[in-house]
Write a protein that binds this ligand. Structure first.
Ligand SMILES: [Zn+2]
Length: 59
């Protein structure tokens, strides 16, 4: 099964957001952010490290 598509294949949503962790500017996201949660957005790098930490915790 090939369910490992790179992000480049996804639809990108553009906007003007800020990463809640490192404060970097986010101008595009692979999903349409919930307006109620824009203060919790993470940039791609922070999101990836969060996912990796999550996986470590599960082991
Ligand atoms: Zn960040």
């Amino acid at each position: 099964m090939q369910n490992n598509k790179p992000w480049a294949d996804r639809q990108w949503f553009t906007g003007d957001w800020t990463c809640s962790k490192c404060g970097i500017k986010i101008d595009r996201l692979p999903f349409d952010p919930d307006p109620a949660r824009v203060n919790e957005l993470l940039c791609k790098d922070c999101h990836r490290s969060k996912m990796q930490a999550f996986r470590r915790d599960r082991r």
